[in-house]
Design a protein around this ligand. Structure first.
Ligand code: AMP
Ligand code: MN
Ligand code: MN
Ligand code: MN
Length: 283
């Protein structure tokens, strides 16, 4: 587990405000039960869960760092940038989020159209109902496909239909990297590259991405994520060093018994500058 003097940080997780299985208060409760001291709830393109999470954090005596995970289009690829320590009432951030929400709704329609071409009907109604006021994500589509016997499990739904290049994949015009980093920075937060090894970038593309991110005012990178092994951590730590980025750690928890548990993280390498060193200096 990640700790400094036994303090456990988990700076990336999801609730029902996006594609997590638990409501924000349950995520906080569970984090506290798992021994997490500092938690950031980072739902996809929304800050909607943060008020409920903050109330729960007071109840369970855990410190909540307001967060978000923003989808970004960069060089025709989709990246995820986590904002930590953001001000969730900041107007520029909120109008950015509103745009992302529109993009999500439009994409959902297009995904459903593609599924109809495969004779899978009713997806749009099902996912809009399941998401309610919350963000519609591909995970909602994956659940629909599993429930209706079009896929064995969530992974299978991505492999067959929803993953990049599959029959119901829709390339999406998310906000660009300069915009997303400025929304985060201007709202007092720290921009962090989420799960950097998950984009399958070659070394050359990775260096381009890190250079752009750094030049635009990004400050952090997830060195430890829920699924990283020792080798991944070593590789990512070298990027952090080379680009003078602060190191973050986060499970990317979505649901109990799926992937990784809250707070169950490897230690950050000693050489890293932990991202929480910045939290006292940001609003
Ligand atoms: P979206 O932001 O709507 O495109 O949805 C992306 C979310 O889908 C990610 O945050 C994951 O939670 C989930 N996801 C992406 N790829 C997979 C996969 N191969 N298997 C299961 N879930 C996935
Ligand atoms: Mn997700
Ligand atoms: Mn992500
Ligand atoms: Mn995530």
């Amino acid at each position: 587990m990640q700790n400094t003097n036994n303090i456990i940080y988990d700076l990336h997780c999801h609730s029902t405000a996006s594609d997590g299985a638990l409501p924000p208060s349950e995520v906080v409760k569970r984090a506290s039960e798992k021994g997490v001291h500092h938690l950031s709830l980072t739902d996809h393109d929304t800050v909607k869960g943060l008020i409920e999470a903050q109330h729960a954090a007071e109840q369970y005596e855990l410190s909540l760092i307001p967060g978000i995970e923003l989808s970004v289009s960069w060089e025709n690829k989709c990246l995820h940038i986590v904002g930590l320590g953001i001000n969730p009432t900041h107007s520029e951030l909120l109008s950015g989020i509103e745009e992302q929400q529109k993009i999500r709704s439009q994409r959902a329609k297009k995904i459903a159209d593609k599924l109809e071409k495969r004779r899978i009907y009713g997806a749009y109604d099902a996912v809009t109902e399941a998401a309610g006021e919350n963000m519609i994500t591909r995970s909602h589509f994956a659940s629909f496909l599993v429930k209706n016997d079009h896929a064995r499990d969530l992974q299978d739904a991505f492999d067959k239909y929803l993953g990049q290049g599959k029959s119901a994949y829709v390339s999406t015009p998310w906000a660009d990297l300069p915009s997303v980093i400025s929304w985060i920075n201007n709202s007092g937060g720290v921009a962090v590259i989420a799960h950097p090894l998950r984009y399958n970038l070659t070394t050359r593309w990775m260096n381009r991405m890190l250079t752009d991110f750094r030049d635009l005012g990004g400050q952090g990178i997830e060195v430890v994520t829920g699924r990283s092994n020792k080798d991944d951590i070593n590789r990512t730590q070298l990027f952090a060093k080379q680009y003078d980025l602060y190191a973050s750690t986060g499970s990317d928890f979505h649901a109990p018994d799926q992937w990784v548990e809250l707070g169950h993280l490897a230690d950050l390498p000693h050489e890293c500058k932990p991202v929480w060193e910045l939290f006292n200096t940001v609003a």
